[in-house]
Structures are given as structure tokens and as C-alpha cells.
Ligand binder design. Structure first.
Ligand code: PMP
Length: 425
């Protein structure tokens, strides 16, 4: 393994038990690439998609080169090898999220598809005219639009928990909506637009007391902190591989087995059946009932290796590392006049995502100036337009940290802001 966990250099030296972001950069080939301006790449856009460690890239190349055939069908050694690696990745994902069994892990294309699977399959079988379901104003569009479509189609009502001025879900509003008896609560673990870490344990407890199931959109939480569906007690959880150092094209739906057993298939075709006659078909067992067609074989194997990489670092250490960087960055940015920071002030409930607005400068201009400094950030509505509407802004600039970032990157962020302000003053 190439992961370096040497204490004594970079930010790691100041975090007990954690690793060095500076040292870890050598694991990621993208940091060998010169930027257009010749400056060092300061990658602060993990919330959109994360770079891949060499280990993951090599695993993907090796899987295509030496272990590739279709899975679950060949009666020959190569296909059995590919199937074993694909299923081992499913078991790795199951351990990573605390699932009771790999059978509770459904591979999808991304978090969006995993959420749509629940909306189409569970939603259309269980939600009726007059029913209610609940999501929140701080969700990514992936956790809003599928529910809007579902509710429109079946005649149900979709409610939204509102956001406080400092970017938290309003607990009183949550309780008030739960009193209306929603059948499902769909909520993000971490907001991609504000960085807020939602109190999932409390939300799940209250939702279950109110008789609702809970879907967690873990696209922004699973890559950055421990996930344990058993401890959390939620019912569905969705994540995306590409945000957690894995390949694009692979996502995961975890659901309690009895829910998966009872749900009708989302897509139909090959692999998801046991028997087909001209009169009809019998579904395969879970999770295969939900994996129609040839799956993303190598992508799943690559995701398994990305999880191995993260597990080697330790998810508690990943969270600690990002919390430290968040605290440094938040403190630095708060000192700069003309910077409006969004989201909670409390590092205990703020992930390594900082959304901000510079007075009088459009976020797209900010990101363009940043790019000339070698600093890659995201500018826009972050697929969370209701959040922008809540704060009456068109867009924000968003810096998001991951394992390979360090305090030099925090300084680069602060100095890019100053460069931008100087340019536009
Ligand atoms: N939910 C959240 C909170 C996200 O940040 C994202 C990606 N930005 C998604 C869902 C959707 O992920 P994907 O595009 O990989 O399906």
C-alpha cells in the first residue's frame, strides 16, 4: 500500500492520531500535474468529486487487465474470479456502512440513482393520495426532485423542514412536520451547500416515533466521517463512489433487508430474474432484484479499494483531519473583511465544506481568479437552489477539504480571496 501515515509533517503533526495531508498527496497522481499557470494544484472541490489515489487507479487497471469477464454467469475461472472480486467489494461496502449483510447493498450508478430507486420502487408502492412525506430545504436536488415527482404522481404532499439563519435544520419545524405523520423522511447527513452536519440520530429517533421511515442521503457524509446504519437505525442510505476516492459510475443503496425484499424492482431485464416465460417473470433474490443488466463491475471493485484506503486511514481520523482544517479556514476567513460565511459556526456540526460570498464579486468571478492562483473551488448553486433562495443569493463559492489537504491549502485559500478582492477593488 502506498498510503503514508507518517506523523511529524504537515497538518498531521498537530492532530493526535491523525495522518499528514501533505504526505498523503503523494498517493494522488493528479497532484503531479502542473496547473495551467504553473502553480501547485490546491484542490478544494472534493464535495463535487474527489481525486483518486494511485491504489484505486491501479486496482481498476488490474481488474480490467487481469480479472475481467462478466459476473454471475460464466462457468469458467475468469468469470468466477471477476465475480468474487465484485462480491468482495459489496462485502467491503457492507462493512463500511455497518450493514447486517452484503445482501443489503445494492449497486447503483450514483447517489441520485439510489434515491430514485427508493422513490420509484418503495415510493410508488407505499405512498398514496393524501399521504405526506418530508424532506428539508437544505437538500441537494437529488434528494428533492425525485420526491416532488413521486408526490405529484401519487397525489401525496411533500413538506420541507426549514433552515435557521446559521444553516441548521430548525428542530421546532421538524417536530411540527413530524406531527403530521409523514410516511418517509429524506434527509442529508451533510449539506453540500452549507457544510452542516445534521443530527441524524435525533432525526431518526423522532421520525420513527412519528411512524416514518428515514432515508439518509450520505453522499457528503459517508466520504468524510464514520457511517453506521445499525447504530443510526435508519431505513435507507444512499452514497456515491466518486466523492469518496472511488470511480464515477458507481453508487450504493443500503436498505434494511426486509424493506428490499418487499419492494418491487426498479428496473427490469437480465440478471434481476430467476425465471422468465412468455407470460411473465420471477424476480431474483436481493440485492440482484435491483441490479438489472450487466453491473458496473470494475467501478464496484474500484470503490472497494477506495474504501480500503479510507479504512486504512480510519474514518474517525478523516473526520478529525477535516475538522482541524475547517477550524483553521473558518478562523482565517472570518478575519477577512467582505467575506460572508454561510453555515453553522460550531465545528462540531460543520463538515469540511465552506460556502462563502465575497461582497460585490460574483462567485463565478471568484472561482476564475482562484483558478489563476491554482486553487480549484466550486462556484454556483451547488444543485441546492432552495438553499440559495433561503439566503436570497444566486450562488456561493465553495471550498471543500479532504484527506490530501493541509494548512498550506488553507493559507492558499485565504490568499486567493485577498488576491480576488484586490483585483476587484
Ligand atoms: N446528495 C448530495 C448531498 C450531494 O452533494 C450530491 C452530489 N453533489 C448528490 C446527492 C448526488 O450525487 P451524484 O451526483 O453522485 O448522484
Amino acid at each position: 500500500m502506498t498510503t503514508q501515515m507518517t506523523p511529524g509533517s504537515g497538518v498531521g503533526s498537530r492532530i493526535p492520531g491523525a495522518f499528514s495531508g501533505t504526505a498523503l498527496r503523494t498517493d494522488f497522481p493528479v497532484f503531479d500535474r502542473p496547473t495551467g499557470t504553473g502553480k501547485r494544484l490546491v484542490y478544494l472541490d472534493a464535495a463535487a468529486s474527489a481525486p483518486k489515489p494511485r491504489r484505486v487507479i491501479e486496482t481498476i487497471a488490474d481488474a480490467y487487465g487481469h480479472h475481467y469477464a462478466n459476473v454471475h454467469r460464466g462457468i469458467y475461472e475468469l468469470s468466477e474470479d471477476a465475480t468474487a472480486r465484485f462480491e468482495a467489494a459489496r462485502a467491503t461496502v457492507a462493512r463500511f456502512v455497518g450493514a447486517a449483510s452484503p445482501r443489503e447493498i445494492v449497486f447503483a450508478r450514483n447517489a441520485t440513482e439510489a434515491i430514485n430507486l427508493v422513490a420509484y420502487s418503495w415510493g410508488r408502492a407505499n405512498l398514496r393520495a393524501g399521504d405526506r412525506m418530508l424532506t428539508t430545504q437544505l437538500e441537494h436536488h437529488a434528494n428533492i426532485v425525485p420526491w416532488q415527482q413521486l408526490c405529484r404522481e401519487v397525489g401525496a404532499t411533500l413538506d420541507y423542514v426549514s433552515i435557521t439563519d446559521d444553516g441548521r435544520l430548525d428542530p421546532d419545524d421538524l417536530r411540527a412536520h413530524l406531527a403530521n405523520g409523514p410516511k418517509l423522511v429524506a434527509v442529508a447527513g451533510v449539506s453540500n451547500a452549507l457544510g452542516t452536519i445534521n443530527p441524524l440520530t435525533e432525526i431518526v429517533r423522532l421520525a420513527h416515533e412519528a411512524g416514518a421511515l428515514v432515508l439518509v442521503d450520505a453522499a457528503q457524509s459517508a466520504p468524510h466521517m464514520p457511517t453506521d446504519v445499525a447504530a443510526l437505525g435508519c431505513d435507507f442510505l444512499a452514497l456515491s463512489g466518486h466523492k469518496m476516492l472511488g470511480p464515477s459510475g458507481i453508487g450504493v443503496l443500503w436498505a434494511r433487508r426486509e424493506l428490499l425484499e418487499a419492494m418491487p424492482p426498479f428496473m427490469t431485464g437480465g440478471s434481476m430474474i430467476i425465471k422468465v416465460t412468455l407470460d411473465g417473470a420471477e424476480w431474483n433474490e436481493v440485492p440482484y432484484k435491483f441490479e438489472a443488466g450487466t453491473p458496473a463491475i470494475v467501478e464496484a471493485i474500484g470503490l472497494g479499494e477506495a474504501i480500503n484506503y479510507l479504512t486504512d486511514l480510519g474514518m474517525d481520523a478523516v473526520r478529525e483531519h477535516e475538522r482541524y482544517l475547517f477550524e483553521q479556514a473558518w478562523a482565517a476567513l472570518r478575519e477577512i473583511p467582505g467575506v460572508r460565511l454561510l453555515g453553522p459556526d460550531d465545528p462540531a456540526i460543520h463538515a469540511g465544506v465552506i460556502s462563502f460570498v465575497l461582497d460585490g464579486i460574483h462567485p463565478h468571478d471568484v472561482a476564475t481568479v482562484f483558478d489563476s492562483e491554482g486553487v480549484a473551488v466550486r462556484a454556483g448553486h451547488h444543485c441546492a437552489q432552495p438553499v440559495m433562495q433561503r439566503y436570497d443569493i444566486p450562488a456561493t463559492t465553495r471550498a471543500s477539504f479532504y484527506v490530501y489537504n493541509d494548512t498550506d491549502d488553507v493559507e492558499a485559500l485565504a490568499s486567493a480571496i485577498r488576491a480576488c478582492q484586490n483585483l476587484f477593488s
